[in-house]
Design a protein around this ligand. Structure first.
Ligand SMILES: Nc1ncnc2c1ncn2[C@@H]1O[C@H](COP(=O)(O)OP(=O)(O)OP(=O)(O)O)[C@@H](O)[C@H]1O
Length: 631
């Protein structure tokens, strides 16, 4: 049996993956089986969130027992195939007539290799622009130009200690066009960036130039809204500290989605802003960068004009983007940490997700001198959002480290305020039925759609998986049945009533025409005349947008949703429900992302075994970006 047949028989491939292999075979019947299988697996890899496929580790993609070729046999077949391009340099465009690219140990679909190449090129272009020549002084804080020193000291009173990373980030931002600010929730990323933007505005005013044109953007509407709110709060705190309100007035007060920023074109994956029509901006600040996939990041970076700054904020411990990418990890892998000599030194990528180029002698340049990547990375670690109600930090740290012993003993001890462990396979819909029903029925009692949407964010059930008894789909069906059984205003008249007053909806595909995007949450409400509409957040949180339910893009119920879909959102109370048996989607990143969605209370339902297995796994992705940025 051929490898392609074995993969098909094992049910490992999607129709699309198989169709790609078949079309290559139709065009050239003598195409070796290993190349056909590699094409199908490169396509499957993208669906699994990878940029390409590593023939050295096929088991990571397909668990079914398959008789895999050796990496060397695979390499030989790929190297002599007409379908496979082998670019000689990481930044050279690959031949358009070859649908596959084999480079640095990864087999790519050409389109994704080109996204990766274009992204690397764009990031280098942005990072290479020097906004202001650096004063050759020692240490990060000393980089602040003399005329801004006074304002800097007032913005960052902690800077004098010399250990304050927030001020280090802002100081670096004055001299670097490409800045990465990472850290867990509440480590002050947005606060830092707000202060940095005030410094940039002051710098422009001092030098008699126009104030910088700034955009705040995020991959989802909810995340953009959250960032804008944090910026508004940070500005308020600054004016209270005596910072000139006229300076703060140069900062944006609203956020936008990346799609909106770039300008969607109905029924097209292209955007209005691109390399030839760049964004009319001087500073682009992007939050939740870990959620951005490869194609979108490539398009964003190309639309950033020459000489503009790009600031990426994110939490690298969260789940990588659902779509192909893990872009943030790739960029971080190539970026010298603060304290290094400004990217002038050789830096060797160390991230385990980048495949070693073993068996790929044509790309033996790794190990030789690498080019420094001109970006700056500051990782913030001090948690500032102290909540008396929720003491999540020790648990989040243990999960992030994969330390299941500590995580379980913290969970079992009950000593973390706001953290509740429902050990075993507890079913919240049974054990906490009334509490949960109270919340969902209250949504239907809200006075207006904006209020209903705001209330909806008070509580959410998050799951690791979609299917199965602890999956989002099954839980939603049960919740709808429960609501139908209540006489409290909410709920379908029967379980067959698809759209009912109070039904929460989750959009599951991007629709540029509706300006509704994967992950957007809405609510169905009936007006006084009995007409039912699905309401989704608008640009202004006070003015949601109504849609006819039948006209919506793909969607499902959202009383329970997967952690993947909840990225970029926060809820007052989170119920994280893990599957009864281990599932390969589980990872420490998934558990970390799920529990850090909670603002005031976290309920975790799952068995000790599944938690331990989940924390033992990393949600790593195959990507060549880190390598590409340093060659
Ligand atoms: N240096 C600081 N001094 C005092 N409070 C701070 C400081 N930095 C941040 N905070 C406070 O900590 C809270 C969280 O800060 P911020 O929103 O900037 O964090 P974040 O990392 O952007 O969080 P998230 O990832 O959740 O968006 C805010 O209430 C902010 O006022």
């Amino acid at each position: 049996m051929s490898l392609l047949q074995a993969l098909t028989k094992a049910g490992a491939l999607r129709t699309l993956d198989h169709a790609l292999a078949q079309s290559l075979r139709r065009l050239a019947p003598d195409t070796p089986d290993a190349v056909l299988a590699a094409a199908a697996l490169a396509s499957l890899a993208v669906a699994a969130g990878h940029a390409g496929f590593d023939p050295g580790e096929p088991q990571r993609l397909v668990e079914a027992p398959v008789d895999w070729p050796t990496p060397e046999a695979w390499r030989q077949a790929l190297a002599s195939s007409r379908w496979v391009a082998r670019p000689q340099a990481g930044d050279a465009e690959s031949a358009a007539d070859a649908p596959l690219v084999f480079e640095h140990g990864l087999v790519y679909l050409r389109r994704y290799r080109e996204y990766e190449r274009r992204l690397a090129e764009g990031l280098r272009r942005i990072g290479s622009a020097e906004p202001h020549p650096r004063e050759e002084t020692e240490g990060d804080h000393a980089q602040v130009p003399t005329h801004l020193a006074d304002l800097f000291a007032r913005l960052f009173p902690e800077a004098a200690t010399g250990e304050d990373k927030q001020s280090g980030a802002a100081a670096a931002a004055l001299h670097h066009s490409l800045l990465l600010v990472t850290g867990g929730p509440g480590t002050g990323k947005t606060t830092t960036i707000t202060r940095m933007l005030v410094l940039l505005a002051a710098q422009a005013l001092e030098s008699g130039t126009a104030p910088p044109r700034i955009a705040l953007a995020a991959p989802t509407g909810r995340a953009a809204e959250r960032m804008a709110e944090s910026v508004r709060n940070a500005v308020q705190a600054l004016t209270a500290l005596g910072i000139d309100p006229a300076l703060c007035a140069h900062l944006p007060t609203a956020g936008t989605t990346l799609h909106r920023l770039l300008g969607t074109i109905p029924d097209s994956p292209g955007f209005r802003h691109h390399a030839d029509n760049p964004l009319p901006l001087d500073v682009v600040v992007v939050d939740e960068a870990s959620m951005i996939d490869l194609p979108l990041m490539a398009k964003l970076v190309e639309a950033v004009p020459d000489g503009a700054r790009l600031v990426l904020l994110g939490d690298p411990d969260q789940l990588p983007s659902v779509e192909a990418g893990d872009v943030l990890s790739g960029i971080l892998e190539a970026t010298p940490p603060v304290g290094a000599a400004h990217g002038r030194e050789t830096h060797t990528p160390t991230d385990a997700h980048t495949p070693a180029p073993a068996g790929d002698p044509d790309h033996a340049q790794t190990g030789t001198k690498l080019t420094p990547f001109p970006a700056r990375h500051i990782h913030l670690t001090r948690g500032w959002r102290q909540s008396a109600e929720l003491d999540l930090a020790p648990l989040a740290a243990a999960v992030r480290e994969g330390d299941s012993g500590t995580a379980l003993s913290l969970l079992r001890s009950g000593e973390l305020s706001g953290v509740h462990f429902h050990e075993g396979n507890a079913d919240p819909l049974q054990t906490h039925r009334e509490h949960l029903l109270d919340h969902w029925t209250s949504l239907a009692e809200a006075s207006d759609p904006a209020q209903a949407l705001a209330n909806a964010a008070r509580l959410r059930i998050l799951t690791a998986v979609r299917e199965g008894p602890q999956g989002a789909r099954g839980l939603n069906a049960r919740i709808e049945e429960m609501l139908a059984g209540t006489r409290r205003g909410a709920g379908p008249a029967s379980t067959a009533g698809r759209y009912f007053h109070g039904r929460l909806l989750l959009i599951t595909e991007n629709s540029y025409r509706h300006r509704l995007f994967n992950g957007d949450i809405g609510i169905c409400l009936r007006d006084a005349a009995g007409a039912l509409a699905a309401w989704f957040p608008g640009d202004d949180p006070a003015s949601p947008r109504p849609f006819h339910p039948a006209a919506l893009p793909a969607h499902e119920s959202a009383f329970a949703m997967t952690v993947h879909k909840a990225q970029g959102s926060e809820f007052d109370e989170v119920w994280l429900v893990l599957p009864a048996r281990f599932n390969r989607v589980l990872s420490r990143e998934l558990v970390y992302t799920g529990l850090t969605r909670a603002r005031h209370a976290l309920h975790l339902a799952g068995s000790a075994e599944v938690i331990a297995e989940a924390l033992a796994r990393h949600a790593g992705r195959w990507s060549g970006l880190g390598w590409r940025l340093t060659v």
